[in-house]
Design a protein around this ligand. Structure first.
Ligand SMILES: *[C@@H]1O[C@H](CO)[C@@H](O)[C@H](O)[C@H]1NC(C)=O
Ligand SMILES: *[C@@H]1O[C@H](CO)[C@@H](O)[C@H](O)[C@H]1NC(C)=O
Ligand SMILES: *[C@@H]1O[C@H](CO)[C@@H](O)[C@H](O)[C@H]1NC(C)=O
Ligand SMILES: *[C@@H]1O[C@H](CO)[C@@H](O)[C@H](O)[C@H]1NC(C)=O
Ligand SMILES: *[C@@H]1O[C@H](CO)[C@@H](O)[C@H](O)[C@H]1NC(C)=O
Ligand SMILES: *[C@@H]1O[C@H](CO)[C@@H](O)[C@H](O)[C@H]1NC(C)=O
Ligand SMILES: *[C@@H]1O[C@H](CO)[C@@H](O)[C@H](O)[C@H]1NC(C)=O
Ligand SMILES: *[C@@H]1O[C@H](CO)[C@@H](O)[C@H](O)[C@H]1NC(C)=O
Ligand SMILES: *[C@@H]1O[C@H](CO)[C@@H](O)[C@H](O)[C@H]1NC(C)=O
Ligand SMILES: *[C@@H]1O[C@H](CO)[C@@H](O)[C@H](O)[C@H]1NC(C)=O
Length: 493
């Protein structure tokens, strides 16, 4: 696994990309920008991937539908989970169990990657249990991916509620089998997995004693977070990197429109941007650029420095250079130099995250006029719904997630009913706009940094990490230590 092509990430739709993944930041962390072809082809950080981890892979015979008793509900499938007992102090000491909450990808990527959870487990002599989310990796109902993803009937059991129930079922069973019923469980997750981790603590307090929710935008739902939250942070990231670069991007959209409207204009744009096939709508081109800016901002960790690299190149081209050539100078500094393939814009019925986006995980993202560096593009629930109906034959329920998991009046509610949750964020992560950024009580706390990006703190700790990151992780460890010191068997079930 010397080189990994990140183009899979860039090929997916906007909804996947701004989808909640830690993937490019986490598993395929780019070591550094290698001139000219680093963005799409990043080197795996060999310090972070450890193929000689000590772990066991198991299947659990899981119930298809936890929430009703009609005959089909009793159907089962094989759900994958992984146990790493390298650090474990064993049940007699009530050593903790860290439940690593699987999210929207194959769990083995998380298992083989030496993330921060190893430091936590090692610090507290914890058992690491990774559980794969249903409908991802090998955890496929109906026997195979093709059968599971056949249609809306087979996909219908693909919900966050079922996933949380799966986790409860497995973790309670694992504890029993390991004679570890007295051991506290702490859920750890990032991005969508972080949302699940915090919800798991709220919904199953008897199964999890606490949760570390990294970069978890649990408030990015209808009516809770301004829809331009994501794009605003991307804009702020660029502006604070270089105001002139920000202005160049902001003005470039109008130039693309102006040129595109001229005779031969589309041909001009195809040449200027060196697209692999001729561009026939400016919309697609602008969309492509927008995604590139989003992804760079989301994963702009200090080791990669996408924004600074991009803006240096854009600014170096100088005011006298044609504006779209300045954009391309930036683009070439972070991306592959051969021709650009524009993204497909729509939902894809082979994508698990797209199914989730078309059902419960409706995160309204858009922007108004002049409120970001992008052109106006308000979230349009009508069109979104129509597309989901066409692609999956399903109608989204955009208000369901905040009803099921909470969100309205979250401060009062969590203050009165919740405890032992860390919401960690980096404010340069566009998703932080939908995160919990306030301390709610003594034990429901927000640990954020000004500098961090998406999932920064869950990355493998390295000697070169900046102080703010070291400090953030230390705070998290201290808080978990505080919880564990107060744990008594009475809290367990
Ligand atoms: C990888 O894991 C093995 C076994 O757990 C350990 O001995 C080794 O030091 C690890 N290597 C790295 C680079 O972390
Ligand atoms: C788990 O189940 C999957 C799917 O049925 C199967 O491919 C895999 O070999 C099983 N793994 C183990 C460890 O039993
Ligand atoms: C996905 O789309 C293809 C082509 O339109 C269709 O044949 C297939 O049934 C669809 N699958 C789902 C899950 O809707
Ligand atoms: C616990 O043990 C039972 C009986 O051996 C087994 O069927 C079950 O799969 C085990 N559960 C887990 C989570 O290992
Ligand atoms: C961009 O940054 C400049 C300089 O820091 C600041 O004065 C300006 O208000 C910022 N603009 C936006 C839209 O954030
Ligand atoms: C495209 O149009 C712009 C502005 O009109 C012009 O400066 C540029 O040279 C043209 N590029 C090509 C490749 O024709
Ligand atoms: C526009 O280009 C795309 C991709 O090259 C092509 O699939 C599509 O048919 C074109 N549309 C028109 C109206 O020419
Ligand atoms: C950007 O340019 C500045 C000033 O020339 C330089 O100090 C810095 O190293 C450059 N950063 C990157 C990531 O290229
Ligand atoms: C947005 O900015 C442009 C250019 O500065 C200006 O012409 C336009 O009136 C602004 N629109 C709104 C709604 O403020
Ligand atoms: C929340 O409290 C912790 C201490 O428990 C502190 O480190 C952190 O900075 C506080 N966060 C905010 C947003 O005030």
């Amino acid at each position: 696994m010397a080189q990994l092509n990140l183009s899979f990430l860039l090929k997916s739709s906007l909804f996947v990309l701004i989808a909640l993944t830690c993937v490019s930041g986490k598993h395929y962390r780019a070591t550094k920008l290698i001139a000219k072809n680093s963005f799409l082809t990043a080197k795996v950080d060999s310090e972070s991937i450890n193929e000689s981890q000590e772990y066991e892979v198991y299947n659990y015979t899981q119930t298809l539908d936890h929430f009703n008793f009609n005959p089909e509900s009793y159907t089962t499938f094989q759900q994958r989970y992984v146990v790493n007992s390298k650090y474990w102090g064993g049940p007699t000491n009530s050593s903790p169990i860290f439940l690593y909450v699987g999210a929207e990808s194959d769990i083995m990527g998380d298992v083989e990657y030496n993330g921060f959870e190893h430091v936590i487990a090692s610090r507290f002599k914890g058992l690491l249990v990774y559980i794969e989310h249903r409908y991802y990796g090998t955890s496929m109902p109906f026997g195979s991916y093709d059968e599971a993803y056949k249609n809306a009937n087979t996909l219908g059991y693909f919900t966050s509620e079922q996933a949380l129930a799966d986790y409860a079922q497995i973790i309670i069973d694992v504890k029993k089998n390991m004679s570890a019923v007295n051991c506290p469980v702490i859920a750890i997750g990032a991005s969508y997995g972080g949302m699940l981790a915090s919800w798991f603590r709220m919904k199953y307090p008897h199964a999890a004693y606490g949760a570390l929710a990294v970069s978890a935008p649990i408030l990015y739902f209808m009516g809770l977070t301004p829809e331009n939250g994501y794009a605003s942070v991307v804009s702020k990231d660029f502006n604070s990197t270089s105001t002139s670069c920000y202005k160049t991007i902001r003005e470039s959209w109008f130039e693309i429109d102006r040129v595109g409207a001229q005779p031969q204009g589309m041909l001009n744009l195809s040449q200027t941007f060196n697209t692999c096939t001729p561009v026939n709508t400016t919309k697609l081109l602008k969309y492509h650029l927008e995604i590139i800016y989003d992804v760079m901002a989301q994963y702009d960790d200090p080791t990669v420095n996408y924004l600074q690299t991009f803006c240096n190149a854009t600014d170096a081209a100088g005011e006298g250079t044609y504006i779209l050539d300045r954009i391309m100078a930036g683009y070439r500094s972070v991306a592959e130099t051969n021709c650009i393939t524009l993204f497909d814009m729509g939902f894809n019925n082979k994508s698990g995250w797209d199914w989730q986006s078309c059902t419960e995980m409706v995160m309204p993202m858009g922007q108004g006029e002049n409120d970001t560096m992008f052109q106006a593009n308000p979230f349009n629930l009508g069109e979104y719904t129509k597309e989901c109906q066409q692609v999956f034959g399903v109608t989204p329920r955009p208000y369901w997630a905040p009803i099921e998991f909470g969100g309205y009046g979250i401060k009062t509610v969590l203050e009165k009913f919740a405890s032992n949750i860390i919401f960690s964020n980096g404010l340069r992560d566009p998703y932080s706009s939908g995160g919990v950024l306030q301390n709610i009580s003594d034990t429901v706390v927000a640990i954020y940094t000004q500098e961090g990006h998406h999932c920064s703190d869950l990355l493998t700790p390295m000697a070169t990490d900046p102080d703010w990151l070291v400090e953030q992780r230390n705070k998290e460890i201290n808080i978990i230590e505080g919880w564990l010191s107060k744990y008594t068997f009475a809290n367990a079930n």
